[in-house]
Design a binder for this molecule. Structure first.
Ligand code: BJW
Length: 243
């Protein structure tokens, strides 16, 4: 039974499943394919180097698809949990859709970046908000580099396979978990448990002596690593769990 004490520190990890009921497609449920391409091929630095137009087409399509998408009851249940716990709550999301922030969550670590931000592949300008869905035949260039007489591609400000997480992201999660120690309650929601370092958090929780929960539509590969497993859609199961 979900039973928090005054010492409990709750670390939530979300994946694509929590946004499924908002209408955002997950990565692997439909075979992990996008227009016949393996998504891991369009979500990698190698894929971008080989075909930046294809990769921008993938992300532009996702930017356009996000218009009119709203958070669901699962996102809002986490907002309410954070209101109860304050600094004893941290939400680490692998999603780049921004729906936790849109729902009102505040203590959020976006482990894989943000869909609506771009950055230059060459210069050190800070990542910037960019909602543009670029045309299929246009690979966007950095305006700052162009002004300096260089051509440099922009890229989505997201974390691809083989890339380090955004600066400070893992440190913030690890510091929260270490500080919580045995009082850590780890809750994973809507994630296939196939991508590290996120997938390793359940084992880190065990090492610290904490307790782990999983809310997922189906049992993922690492389901047996969790102390408690709730199978079902998160927009239904999260509000019920916290009630
Ligand atoms: C529902 C539902 C409903 C449906 N309700 N549930 C060991 C340690 C560390 C790293 C590695 C390691 N072994 C290998 C690695 C490397 C690699 C990795 O993990 N590879 C594996 C494939 C083996 N990891 C990395 O490369 C990471 N970087 C790294 O480790 O850097 C080290 C480094 C340090 C210093 C210098 C350099 C390097 C980076 C990983 C980045 C992943 N990026 C992506 C793309 C992000 C941008 C984008 O969105 O396009 O992130 S890949 C993709 O997978 C995306 C997702 O965030 C991520 C996870 O997917 P998720 O969320 O789990 O989605 P699905 O679709 O797989 O699952 C959905 C689930 O929901 C399913 O289970 C459904 O049942 C469920 N569901 N509807 C509840 N209504």
């Amino acid at each position: 039974m979900w039973n928090l004490t005054a010492q409990s520190h709750v670390l939530v990890l979300t994946g694509a499943g929590i946004s499924a009921e908002s209408g955002v497609p997950t990565f692997r449920d439909a075979g992990g394919l996008w227009e016949g391409h393996d998504v891991t091929d369009v979500a990698s630095p190698e894929g971008f180097a080989a075909d930046p137009l294809l990769v921008w087409s993938f992300y532009s399509e996702r930017r356009a698809a996000l218009a009119g998408i709203a958070p669901n009851a699962g996102h809002f249940a986490l907002v309410e949990l954070e209101k109860q716990l304050g600094d004893r709550f941290l939400l680490a999301t692998q999603n780049i859709d921004g729906l936790h922030l849109a729902a009102g969550s505040q203590r959020v670590v976006e482990m894989h970046g943000a869909l609506m931000r771009s950055r230059c592949t060459r210069c050190d300008r800070a990542p910037f908000e960019d909602t543009t869905a670029y045309r299929k035949n246009v690979a966007p260039l950095c305006g700052k580099c162009r002004a300096a007489g260089k051509d440099a591609l922009l890229r989505p400000d997201v974390t691809w396979f083989g890339e380090a997480l955004p600066p400070g992201a893992l440190d913030r999660i690890e510091a929260f978990a270490t500080n919580a120690g045995e009082h850590l309650v780890f809750l994973a929601v809507g994630t296939s448990g196939m991508v590290n370092p996120a997938a390793g958090l359940v084992d880190a929780t065990k090492r610290l002596g904490g307790t782990s929960w999983l809310v997922n539509l189906e049992a993922p590969v690492n389901a047996s690593h969790f102390d408690h497993v709730v199978l079902g859609p998160s927009a239904r199961e999260l509000p019920a769990l916290f009630a």
